[in-house]
Design a protein around this ligand. Sequence first.
Ligand code: ZN
Length: 318
Amino acid sequence: MQTRSFTETLPRRVVVREVGLRDGLQSVATLVPTAAKLEWIRAAYEAGQREIEVGSFVPARLLPQLADTAEVLAFAQTLPGLRASVLVPNLKGAERALEAKAEMMLLPLSASHAHSLANLRKAPDDVVAEIGRIRAERDARGARTQIEVGISTAFGCTLQGRVEPEEVVRLVQAVLDTGVDAVSLADTVGYADPAMVSRLFERVLRVAGDKLVCGHFHDTRGLGLANVFAALQLGIARFDACTAGIGGCPHAPGASGNVATEDLTYMLHSMGIATGLDFEKLLALRARVAQWLAGEPTHGTIWKTGLPKTFAKEAAHA
Ligand code: ZN
C-alpha cells in the first residue's frame, strides 16, 4: 500500500488577509484614532501584508469605530500593491465603496436565517437579491471593484444553532449566479471543527471551484488554527486573521476573536509555507495594537513565548 503524505496537498504560498481594522475593531468599544489606524496599515504593509480589510461602509451611528473608513481607505490606496478591501452590508454601502474606487468589497451573507434577520434585517434570499443589485450597479458604472461574498455563520449560529450544509451550498450557488467574483466561508461564532471544515469546503469547492478563495475562522473555542489546517489541506490559500486575535463576540465577553495574524503566520512558516510576512515586524505591530486597545482583551499565543530555537527563519522566504 502506498502512503501519501498530507503535506503534498498543501499550498506552497498562503495570503494572510488582515481583518483586524474591521472585524476586530467593530467588536471593541475603544475608538482607535484615525492616525493610529493609518500607522497600523503602514506597519502591516511594511511587515509584508498586501491584503487588508480596512473598514466598513455602515452608518457611523451603528459603528462609530469605523466612521473614518473612507479616510482610512484613501490612505491604504496610496500604498503600491496593497489590496485594500471594505465590508459593505447593502447597496448604499456599496455605492460609497464604488465612489471610493475600492479595489474589493466584501459582502456578508448569513447562512443562518435568524442571524441574517438580526444582523441585516433581511432573509438570506433578500440579501442575495441585494447582492445582485450591487453587482449590477458595479457593472453599470464600469467600476473594477471586485465583489467577494463572505458566507457567515456557515458552520452554525448562536441564535439558530445548526446551519444546514445544503443551505450553505444553495446560497453559494445563488450568489455565484448573480455574477460575483469570489466567495469565502466564515465560522463567525467558532462553531466549526476540522471535520466540519473539511466536509463543507469540499462540498462548496464542487460548486464554486477556484471562486472559493478564503477561509475566515474565529478561535472562540480554540479550534481556529486546526480549522485553518483542514482548509489548507483542500488547497485553500487565503485566510483572514486579526492582529492580536481581536474580534471577539460582543455577546460573550472575553471570548477569543479571529485567528491571530501572528499565530497563523507562525504556523504557516513553521510548516514551510511562504507568506511574504516578516514575523518580527508582525510582533512589533501586535504590541502597538495592544497599546491602542489598552484595557480590551487581546489574544494569541506566540507573542508570549517567542519563536522556538529550532525555527527555520528561511522557510518564511521559501
Ligand atoms: Zn469574523
